[in-house]
Write a new protein. Sequence first.
Length: 179
Amino acid sequence: MHDLLITIAVMGALAVATTGALAFVAVRSVRRRYRAARARVRSLRLPPAPVTVATMTSPGWWTAQNRRHRLWRAVSSAEHAVTLARRSDAPVGDLPSLTTQLRSAAVGVDAVLRATAVGGSLLPDDRAAYDQVVAAASDIHQAALSSLRTTSRADTEPLLSAVQIEVAALAAGVRAASR
């Protein structure tokens, strides 16, 4: 029994020593890689940090980002509505090709918004183009929704009348059977 305890103590000491040595080697390896990565980043000649900070703290930058977000939200919403209408076999007419044209117009407007985000000002013509693309996206979205609603009502009304007739017949049958 005494020999067993000594063996366990020696094995425990060896385990602790091995764990410590492995931790030491791992920390040195991580530290060496961190220093090498830091040296590579320093050698890249990046612009000073205040340029980036000044961009993000500029109200014009935030305004441009807000407009870009609203632009792409409107375009994506229109595309999604047209895709759902097409999948539902609702009449979509020329909406899919208009959506493609809308996307390419939005790419151009987005490029202008990105270019004017840093220190530039948005010209009235640029604002008008932005407003026109967002309005067109809204119009396409509403047209696709209108088509979906029409198709949905056409499918729903016969079903509702059939359900009402069946419920009335079932209620009459239950009343007749309970007498």
